[in-house]
Design a protein around this ligand. Sequence first.
Ligand code: NAP
Length: 496
Amino acid sequence: MVLEPVPGARCDSESYYYCYSFDRELEQEWTWTERYPRQPEIKAYLDHVADRFDLRRDIRFSTTVTGARADADGRGWTVSVQEGTDLHCRFLVTAVGCLSAANVPDLPGLETFAGRWFHTGRWPHEGVDVTGRQVGVVGTGSTGIQAIPVLAREAAHLTVLQRTPNYSVPARNGPLSEAESRSYKADYADIRAVQAASANGHPFVVNPQSALEVDAAERDGVYRAAWERGGLRFRASYRDLLADEEANETASEFVRDRIREIVRDPETAARLLPHDHGFATKRPPIDTGYFETYNRDDVTLVDVRADPVEAVVPEGLRLRSGAVHELDDIVFATGFDALTGPLLRLDPTGPDGTSLRSAWWDGPRTYLGLAVSGFPNLFTITGPFSPSVLTNMPSSIEQHVDWIAGCLAHLRATGADRIEADPGAEQAWGEHNREAADATLLPRAATSWYLGANVPGKPSVFMPYAGGFARYAGTCADVARDGYRGFRLGHRRAVA
Ligand code: NAP
């Protein structure tokens, strides 16, 4: 069977809110078929939105932007594209995504591999058939955890090369009934209000109790109900799961117990137990039959923390010990150069010739995750130091788009043609980000891509804003209300 798109790829926010909220009719006319739809259904939705709002005439497809440089007066940008001539614009808005720069491990010998290799973020559009093949997967993040059960069903044998064991909660995916669709459509006003007031853009109210103020039996009941319901909502079981180590440990141990229960071979189960970080301090995956997959005779789990992958050889992967895993296909589910990577690959250059790469040599600096000092008239949708990947992404994207649209309208109305983040405001925002992250357990997960730890040599900076979506959106609204506090606005002088 041809696996297209990436095996197991689905959203992990639920469909009824992993979508736009800006149009009431759109909400009512589109009906999702599953709790977590596959990529083709999400693409069909985006196609529908593009057609419904007649967006295609404003989009140039199949165009690769290779660079952007600011005009010397900071009042415009020249954008270079691979296919055709340069473009010029007054304002440049990047929407390059947080997780779009693939992170392929720099392993010697990759070019000598006799089989096929893939990175999940660059999966061939025509799909891949692994039927009857010896397949190796490197990586057990959200992508690996989604892909492994599907690959195991199709391949002759699957070898999972695991560096850091991960927590995962069952997704409990399934079709949405007509009654369920009717119900969310009827409730949209309330759902959107809960999302807007939330810490992460999900329409769940977090249990206001501490995990430590109830007895073990009651807590176990709450976790069991959350496990049965499935999905990221598990995190909402208690208010302090991401703020208090002891509280977090109760959830971590609950998930470890489920792993011990599901995986029949005790040695394999032990290897799968996360031990170096707390539940959800790295981005928590949700799965369909992930831990159960290790009960198959044709699946092998290899600990590459103890014995790291050292090289690719023509037959497969060679570990430090010298052991070679013979493979026909290698699937790198090794994640992304997150948040900064997509912007640095674009590497815009400011009016004084400074590149973003040199401005960010020791880590990102932004004001509100929306703008960078030294780079006037540039807006970065879901940039570093905005809530982005800690939230339901459509919520964060819409909030940024609305804010930028409001800002551009303000500039036009006031005759301004230049806007730039003030370096002092940017520095204060960076400090506030650090404080917000340090108030949580998130920076303690040493191998987290939130910190850039997955990319060798990347500066260690906690990149998403951890102060909460509602608080952040409030700050952005206040900044606008205060006449774009922290930004310098420039007006072109009238020509005499
Ligand atoms: P990831 O979370 O960064 O996981 C990458 C995996 O590869 C980790 O297990 C990592 O191990 C391992 N790895 C990286 N380099 C390695 C090497 N040289 N040798 C051995 N192992 C190596 O990436 P991802 O799974 O693609 O997920 C990224 C994010 O995308 C998610 O956290 C989520 O935000 C998003 N996502 C969402 C969905 C969804 O909506 N359902 C699905 C997939 C992804 P270490 O942990 O030791 O670094």
